[in-house]
Ligand binder design. Structure first.
Ligand SMILES: [Zn+2]
Ligand SMILES: [Zn+2]
Length: 197
């Protein structure tokens, strides 16, 4: 069993794989439950307790906010938590809300950390939620879906378009150029006329 003495400044680092907690996700993306999360935590003895500084790589799965394609990714998060020494507890530390509690006097105490990594879950969870993208993209330049027919534009190619699905202002121009009809002429059409004339 690895142990960390109470002497301020002593430290140890633990590396392990932990299962992802449940319900760690936003609307479009999250960490799959029970997914393996590589975690490295450095425990450092400070005067009032143990400072845990963690780094974790969380796998992500979700869907692209633009084209809805499934995507996987990962995010690296860092987090930190201070565990205060619990008065009168020799074998196990306890998270304390009161920072002004008199510190235990026994400087020779050994502080056991194994098995206590679960206490890091809230800090880990907060860090991941902050790091999750609100609008995950399958790729930075994802063109999204065709507004008319819904196909992913990345698949459909740059030439994909619908003649019927033209912005009304452009449709008016198209009508003018196709029919030579100036009945619905507006300012935009007037500009075209100047160019053409
Ligand atoms: Zn996409
Ligand atoms: Zn289309």
């Amino acid at each position: 069993m690895r142990q960390l003495g109470r002497q301020a400044g002593s430290a140890l680092t633990q590396t392990r794989i932990v299962p992802a907690p449940d319900d760690l996700r936003l609307e479009l993306i999250g960490v799959p439950a029970a997914a393996d999360i590589p975690l490295e935590v450095r425990f450092e003895a400070v005067s009032e307790g143990v400072l845990a500084t963690g780094t974790a790589i969380a796998p992500l799965a979700g869907e692209c906010a633009r084209c809805l394609a499934p995507l996987t990714s990962s995010v690296t998060v860092g987090f930190q938590e201070l565990y205060l020494y619990a008065e009168g507890r020799h074998d196990k530390h306890e998270k304390h809300d009161k920072h002004d509690k008199q510190e235990e006097q026994d400087a020779g105490e050994i502080y056991h950390l194994d098995g206590d990594l679960l206490d890091l879950e809230p800090a880990f969870r907060d860090a991941v939620v902050l790091a999750l993208p609100m609008s995950p993209l399958c790729r930075d330049d994802c063109p999204g879906l065709c507004a008319e027919c819904g196909v992913p534009l990345a698949d459909a190619g740059p030439g994909h378009r619908h003649h019927a699905a033209i912005d009304p202002r452009w449709a008016a121009l198209q009508q003018l150029s196709e029919q030579g009809n100036d009945k619905h002429q507006d300012r935009r059409a007037g500009a075209i006329d100047l160019q053409e004339g």
